[in-house]
Ligand binder design. Structure first.
Ligand code: PLP
Length: 391
């Protein structure tokens, strides 16, 4: 089944062999499986993967091969994808707003857990979801709560999450209705400070005490950071340790089983993006020429305007020689005619770059393949397999 794809030694191997005109994302299955292993070894509970960050089939199958057995899904499409690729996986349907036909679809695909953050959405779940699943195990419903944001690059609480008071009522109602009662939160994305998780776990303790219900599980969300800035390596183990310690302190002997659902933190650093310089256009003011790439914010760089610049970028000539000139700040535009199609800030790039050169950007696996558009006729983005990402 499937197409046998060439595995290249590294991105330069591919660049030299093909000289691509369209943008490319490189996946290193070895890097992805190693990152999965880091979570499986370090996180004090069940590691699930948030499919929305990157639903490429090679991502899902490699995570499953590494031992990831649970998936956070948000739509019937994602549910069907995981059931097809990893039939025995535990599905956690953690989009707290669902149409009734989507709930019925989820029940038909034996979803194990549903999150909820409002009474009206809990009414819908109670109307359509049986207390017991096919094999007889109880169905879990998790009350999702929010706090004022700390430490996240992007505020998820603005859309989803109940107040502590509402979460208390939801948790009580879930238990009374005969479902496995649990709690969940999502601290944001690219959170670098363990304190973000600590504040939520303490709130989970307050909600559980006020409800008089001990949650079976506490899902500590995603939000784990990836390596975006060369000098700042994500301190995942410090975050894992803090989650375990605070949960033990808050809940004592009754500590709920822990779950996490990283998207970015699992997948981002398993990919690198390759974009080609279409033009170095005279800025007209005697300053540095503006760089025009064949990829931009409607393509693999979609989330940069929200998340901020990244600096793990190297430049190569078409025959694969690295440009080692002094780095200067450049304005970088994407290929579309839209004026917002520009990377944030200035990119520090070598002064000896030329038209036709390539930029290789590390850490590009999250919210890139899946948010790519075909706007303006661009966006022919291919995924290639490599052994290693850094030439
Ligand atoms: C998006 C999302 C995640 C994954 O977030 P990352 O920041 O990519 O880790 C996890 N859980 C929920 C509920 C989400 O919506």
């Amino acid at each position: 089944m499937g197409i046998t794809q060439t595995t290249w030694a590294d991105p330069l191997d591919y660049l030299r062999a093909t000289g691509p005109f369209d943008p490319v994302l490189f996946l290193s299955p070895a890097a992805l499986q190693a990152q999965a292993q880091r979570y499986l070894d370090g996180f004090p509970g069940l590691v699930t993967y948030a499919v929305k960050a990157n639903p490429e089939e090679a991502v899902i199958t490699n995570l499953a091969a590494a031992g990831i057995s649970g998936f956070d899904v948000a739509s019937p499409e994602e549910i069907a994808l995981i059931r097809r690729l990893v039939p025995g996986a535990a599905l956690h349907y953690n989009n707290p707003v669902r149409a009734r036909h989507e709930i019925v679809f989820a029940v038909g695909h034996d979803v194990a857990s549903y999150s909820v953050d409002s009474q009206s959405e809990l009414d819908k779940l109670l109307a359509h979801v049986p207390q017991r699943r096919r094999g007889g195990e109880p169905t879990e419903i998790t009350a999702r709560f929010k706090l004022p944001v700390t430490g996240a690059a992007y505020d998820f609480g603005a859309k989803f999450g109940a107040t502590e008071e509402l979460a208390t009522e939801l948790l009580r109602r879930i238990a009374a209705a005969g479902f496995t009662p649990s709690l969940t939160f999502h601290p944001g994305t690219q959170c670098t400070d363990p304190a973000a998780w600590e504040a939520y776990i303490r709130a989970a303790g307050r909600i559980s005490a006020a409800a008089g219900v001990t949650p079976a599980r506490l899902n500590t969300g995603g939000g784990f950071p990836s390596h975006r800035i060369e000098e700042t390596r994500p301190a995942l183990e410090a975050i894992f340790a803090r989650i375990g310690e605070v949960s033990a302190e808050v809940f004592g002997a009754d500590a709920p089983a822990l779950v996490c659902e990283p998207g970015r933190g699992l997948v981002a650093d398993a990919f690198a993006a390759l974009a080609r310089i279409k033009a170095l256009r005279d800025a007209g003011d005697g300053g540095q020429a503006h760089v025009f790439l064949n990829d931009g914010i409607y393509g693999a760089f979609a989330e940069l305007p929200l998340m901020g610049a990244m600096d793990r970028i190297r430049a190569f000539s078409p025959d694969g020689r690295e440009r080692r000139g002094a780095r200067t700040g450049r304005i970088v535009f994407g290929p579309t005619c839209d004026s917002v199609d520009r990377l944030p800030g200035l990119a520090m790039l070598p002064a000896d770059m030329e038209e036709g050169d390539f930029l290789l950007v590390q850490g590009m696996g999250a919210y890139s393949v899946v948010t790519n558009t075909r706007f303006n006729g661009f966006g022919a983005l291919a995924v290639q397999m490599v052994m290693t990402l850094e030439p």
